[in-house]
Design a protein around this ligand. Structure first.
Ligand code: AMP
Ligand code: MG
Length: 488
């Protein structure tokens, strides 16, 4: 276990040509202090948990003290935002310090989100407000604990730094970790400028360091693209199965590793609603919940186009053609397991689609229903807890008869099935109202107790935690109207 000062850095991104990034330092936040510290992410860096109590840590992360070994930079990228190509984005408010190599030889990039303006900030101030920082901090860890690939979050620095959004709000810093933060948009930047040498350099860099299994293959770019397409499809399947809406699936928010990246106005489904739009600014519903699988493909097409200088066009097309079957296969299997069904057949597919239609029509809470379904009894007893979730109880009864028949045919073992289902149907998710409560306490009372409680709770989403039973409740009325926009 090491102190922050003792971490060894090796900044491979900084070795790329100067056109890839701008060198710059962190602009310190006024009166920065530790808000919350995540020991499970710290372990990835071999970082001693006691570091959370050290003033030195805040000074290093806040750019007040020079940090030997780091080579801070902001990377450049582009991207399609709501379908429109924007030729230059880049880390407008994220600063990459470098990669830490842990004792297993694994590397983690440390990135500061909200570390001040960069040459790519455009009109922005380079800051992140506390509320959005808390949301990303909690959600990235929640997703990881749900088994969904994601960036990780080490800590939050709170501050007295005023940041103007609709009102003045306190600024904060999120310290996040990922093997790489390269996005689809990083490739688009070089492609659309005709910088094909740099494009190849970037592809070789990502393959060598993050997809080494393809490095020596003669058609390495095509197999690599196929793998990215598959990872993206699988990630979409995981989002859909858990009921997660990202909200801003621009290509600059799509990770080249297929991990969930850049949490903004995301939302988990409460009542099941296929058309759920979590981003208040998404007027056309481009990124509505049920659109995400299509957008995952649309974004993959943008990436494939950007990679066409590296492979025959037919190879790029063939890679894209794998998206739909990979998505469908993965989604179906995840959902089948959530319903506790073993056989992959038409009946299984129909029964779960019927269930989703019923949940939608009856405004049933998705997570609560799926969790409660583990208690389904196949012995003809009335499953009244489930039944009572439906406005139209007869429609549930009709469905339950068919569901029971499937389970019985597969050899009913209600207890065993329940145990298996509870491993895939979370009890606790980051509902907006839970995040909102934690944000209010941190903003109004500088009290991060609720943030820490939620972090610990969401790191064990499948476990019953009776002392926190109410955290699995449906949102209270005041919280049904929470609107989250991009202004973070
Ligand atoms: P997002 O939609 O949050 O992924 O942001 C889109 C782009 O705008 C990214 O390149 C961000 O780095 C940049 N950006 C977002 N907010 C700010 C801000 N407050 N200051 C500077 N750049 C920002
Ligand atoms: Mg982004």
């Amino acid at each position: 276990m090491r102190k922050l000062r003792e971490l060894s850095f090796d900044n491979r991104y900084a070795r790329l040509p100067p056109t890839f990034a701008a060198r710059l330092g962190v602009s310190p936040l006024h009166k920065a202090r530790l808000g919350s510290f995540n020991t499970s992410a710290a372990a990835l860096l071999d970082l001693h948990p006691d570091e959370a109590a050290s003033d030195d840590m805040v000074k290093l992360l806040n750019g007040q003290t020079e940090w030997p070994g780091t080579e801070p930079l902001a990377s450049v990228y582009a991207g399609h935002q709501f379908g429109q190509y924007v030729p230059q984005l880049g880390d407008g408010r994220a600063i990459l310090l470098g990669e830490v190599v842990n004792k297993h030889g694994h590397r983690w990039e440390i990135q500061l989100k909200g570390g001040g303006p960069t040459p790519f900030s455009r009109m922005g101030d380079g800051r992140a407000v506390l509320r959005s920082t808390i949301r990303e901090y909690l959600c990235s860890e929640a997703m990881h604990s749900l088994g969904i690939p994601s960036t990780r979050a080490l800590c939050i620095l709170a501050s007295d730094h005023p940041v103007r959004r609709e009102t003045l709000e306190p600024g904060a810093l999120l310290v996040r970790l990922a093997p790489t933060h390269v996005r689809f948009g990083t490739f688009e930047y070089f492609y659309h400028r005709g910088m094909h040498t740099e494009l190849r350099t970037l592809a070789d860099f990502v393959i060598e360091h993050h997809y080494p299994q393809f490095a020596d293959q003669p058609n390495k770019y095509a197999v690599w693209l196929t793998e990215i397409v598959a990872r993206t499809a699988r990630l979409m399947a995981q989002w859909q199965a858990v009921g997660f809406a990202h909200g801003v699936m621009n290509t600059d928010n799509m990770s080249i590793l297929g991990i969930t990246l850049d949490y903004g106005p995301f939302g988990f489904l409460d009542q099941y609603d296929a058309g759920f739009i979590c981003n208040h600014s998404d007027h056309s519903g481009r990124y509505a919940f049920d659109q995400q699988p299509n957008i995952g493909l649309w974004n993959s097409v943008c990436l494939a186009e950007a990679l066409t200088p590296l492979m025959p066009i037919d190879d790029a097309k063939a890679a894209l053609e794998t998206y739909q079957p990979v998505y469908a296969h993965h989604y179906f299997n995840l959902m089948r397991e959530k319903f506790g069904m073993k056989e992959s057949n038409r009946e299984a597919s129909e029964i779960l689609n019927e269930a989703l239609a019923l949940l939608q029509a009856n405004q049933v809470d998705y997570t609560r229903f799926m969790r409660a379904l583990g208690n389904f009894k196949t012995d003809n007893t009335v499953n009244s807890t489930l039944r009572d979730m439906f406005l139209n109880r007869e429609s549930f009864d009709t469905w339950a008869v068919k569901y029971q028949a499937i389970l019985r045919a597969e050899g009913p073992n209600d207890e065993q099935r329940k145990a298996e289902m509870n491993r895939v149907n979370p009890k606790y998710i980051l509902r907006n109202y839970l995040a909102e409560n934690a944000i209010k306490k941190a903003q109004n009372d500088a009290d991060f107790g609720e943030v820490n409680t939620l972090l610990a709770l969401l790191q064990r989403p499948f476990d019953e935690q009776p002392e926190h039973e109410t955290y699995a409740d449906e949102p209270p009325d005041w919280a049904r109207k929470i609107e989250v926009s991009c202004s973070s």
